[in-house]
Design a protein around this ligand. Sequence first.
Ligand code: THU
Length: 139
Amino acid sequence: MTPDWARLRSAAREVAVHAHAPYSGLRVGAAGLTADGQVVASCNVENASIGLTLCAECGVVSMLRSAGSSALVALSVVAGDGRPLSPCGRCRQILMDNGGPRMLVDAGEGAEPVTLGDLLPGAFDDATLALRRGERGGA
Ligand code: THU
């Protein structure tokens, strides 16, 4: 099923208005489609410590779990200007656990969406963890 990208973009734009971004000045909104058809959306929330800033995608993942869902199938991230924004490296890793490599990421109107696997090739994931934990490696 093709995600309703227009709906996701519009939900992302709506929440970007509520971003708390007094330090960077970059408002971000993200909206995800869950495997069971819900739309969850969140904005970035900055912190005076800078490093403790919450990206919009982190809020989406929190809402995903709070809504009782376990996976995202599509995600749109936009800046305050309404145009698509590529998820940062940390968020790509966080999204991997909550959407997997086949999750689609919006590349903007008229452009083909990309997969999370394309954005984070060779990811460290739950399968790697399960395979490698408990091994005794030499120094
Ligand atoms: N930001 C996000 O919310 N998501 C991203 O994927 C990229 C960056 C936010 C964090 C910070 O509030 C601002 O954008 C500038 O980095």
